[in-house]
Write a protein that binds this ligand. Structure first.
Ligand code: XMP
Length: 430
């Protein structure tokens, strides 16, 4: 283990990630763990230098105030409490400590070294992956998005040919996307890649399913089943690699915080899951994942490609998915991406996509009444996907995109621009 670590225990604060990031910004690695972690589990984390008990407004769970295991105080690590005064701690704060106080705790009290950087993180992860996997094989769900691509690069570096990448086309991919994944990973990076076209299977399962959580669970569950079927055909596969990142875990709900939405690779896992998971990015925020990808030598375009959710266009074809609306999402998204690239916006805007809601509105085409779908354009900027603000798009660019969508995409007669920041809206609609 190359890096010192400060453990943040979640005692109901809504600011756990702010605190962990503040510590990482000091150059010291920090992980957030549940309040009821055992002393043994803390010891197993290696290189822990101190513990912060991070209390807050969610500290009452099931009518009781959450508490830490008293045995944690006997481990000999310095402990401070924030907004949850405890006589057993060395220091107590009633609010997030300011930067100087945090620095003093981390460096003077805990004697942590500022040795958190991507090179060390990758070395640690590679060591852990080798230890976990041994001479077994890992099956990786390679969607081609930033997260799974970075995991693939990490796993290729750690275990080389023991990695088997599987790209499942669930029928909810963007235009020409699956073809691109095969080209980059099989042809250029020489990865061991299996391509499966499961479009019909997914779309049939999703017929008439309108509830967003249910859609996500079906897509996530079906995904794993496709992998299990594939794994049965292969020999000696015991592990499943996943591009789970930290915001996925938080938003799927912790012991003190409620579920915002189940993430495709967290809450959607079926209970009869047959694999142990390898998730080397699960402690990273999105911006850190990109830095990790660059450090692993992935090309810039790949690392800075906008994120694309696991359930794909399925969460952008709102309500029960129909093939005509799915086609409208796919075609309008392709136009949006083409025009953003033409205007240079692909380099500055963090994420941009189109959505097609499940309603029709009245319009006029060729002097006749029409009753067609609406395309909503969403373009946002963010650092870590936890909050987001809208891109103030140029009217001329918007108009070009709008006119192209109206002229080229069948069954659409209206285009809107989503002005909502996150919160209260999330980036995706479902
Ligand atoms: P939200 O909609 O939660 O999105 O504000 C935050 C970021 O996460 C992406 N996203 C996902 N990524 N699996 C993923 O790998 C998912 O199920 C998923 N859902 C949302 C979203 O596109 C945005 O960048």
């Amino acid at each position: 283990m190359k890096q010192d670590m400060i453990v943040v225990l979640d005692l109901g604060s809504t600011e756990n990630t702010v605190l962990a990031r503040a510590i990482r910004e000091l150059g010291v690695y920090s992980e957030i763990h549940p309040h009821d972690i055992t002393a043994g589990e803390v010891k197993a984390l290696e290189n822990v230098r101190g513990i912060i008990l991070n209390g807050g407004e969610n500290r009452i769970v099931d009518g009781k105030e959450v508490e830490v295991n008293p045995e944690l105080y006997t481990l000999g690590y310095p402990v401070i409490a924030i907004d949850c005064p405890s006589a057993k701690c060395e220091k107590c704060y009633t609010n997030l400590p300011d930067k100087e106080a945090l620095k003093s705790f981390v460096f003077d009290t805990c004697k942590a070294e500022a040795n958190w950087n991507m090179k060390n993180f990758i070395e640690d992860q590679i060591e852990q992956i080798k230890k976990q996997v041994g001479d077994k094989k890992v099956l990786l769900a390679l969607s081609g998005g930033v997260d799974s691509s970075v995991v693939a690069a990490m796993l290729i570096k750690a275990i080389g040919q023991q990695l088997v990448c599987v790209h499942v086309n669930h029928g909810l991919m963007r235009k020409n996307e699956s073809e691109g994944v095969v080209k980059v990973f099989r042809d250029e990076l020489k990865a061991n890649l299996i391509y499966i076209d499961a479009s019909e299977r997914f779309l049939t399962k999703l017929e008439n399913v309108a509830d967003p959580e249910q859609k996500r669970k079906i897509i996530g569950g079906e995904f794993i089943r496709v992998f299990e079927e594939e794994a049965r055909k292969l020999e000696g596969i015991d592990f499943l690699g996943q591009g789970t990142i930290y915001p996925d875990i938080i938003e799927s709900g912790t012991k003190t915080a409620k579920t915002v939405k189940s993430h495709h690779n967290v809450g959607g896992l079926p209970e009869d899951l047959q694999f142990a998971l390898v998730e080397p990015l699960k402690q990273l925020f999105k911006d850190e994942v990109r830095a990790c990808g660059l450090e692993l030598g992935l090309p810039r375009e790949m690392v800075y490609r906008q994120p694309f959710p696991g359930p794909g266009l399925g969460v952008r074809c709102l309500g029960a998915i129909t093939r005509d609306r799915l086609a409208a999402v796919r075609e309008s998204d392709a136009i949006l991406r083409e025009e953003f690239a033409r205007a240079g916006l692909d380099k500055t805007v963090w994420q941009y996509f189109t959505v097609v809601p499940d309603f029709k509105s009245v319009g006029m085409k060729n002097h006749e009444r029409c009753f067609d779908y609406t395309v909503i354009i969403r373009a946002i900027n963010t650092i870590d996907a936890m909050t987001a603000s809208i891109e103030r798009l140029d009217w001329d660019v918007l108009e070009v995109i709008t006119n192209r969508i109206l002229a080229e995409v069948p069954n659409v007669n209206r285009v809107c621009y989503d002005m909502s920041p996150k919160p209260p809206a999330t980036i995706e609609f479902e």
